[in-house]
Unconditional design. Structure first.
Length: 82
């Protein structure tokens, strides 16, 4: 019967993992959670900078380096809230 063999294979597979000391550990967990969060935050920050450079420099036809100028941000703040 196919059902009997399937259970036996699964049991052998599970016992092989516990013999190797791999109890409950997935191969996909190569990085700790804090490293994953740090990588995600850095990628979000980089994509924000790239988006600002494209939006201000290419679409706005202004110098790309101006997004790092404080005068640009004070002018933008005055336009929105002033």
């Amino acid at each position: 019967m196919p059902g009997k063999d399937f259970g036996k294979e699964r049991e052998t597979h599970l016992s092989a993992h516990s013999k190797n000391g791999v109890k409950g550990k997935n191969k996909g967990d190569a990085l700790p959670l804090s490293a994953k969060i740090t990588i995600i935050v850095l990628m979000l920050f980089a994509s924000m900078l790239i988006g600002m450079m494209i939006g201000y420099g290419i679409l706005g036809k202004s110098p790309v380096g101006d997004i790092f100028s404080i005068e640009t941000w004070t002018h933008l703040f005055a336009l929105i809230f002033g």
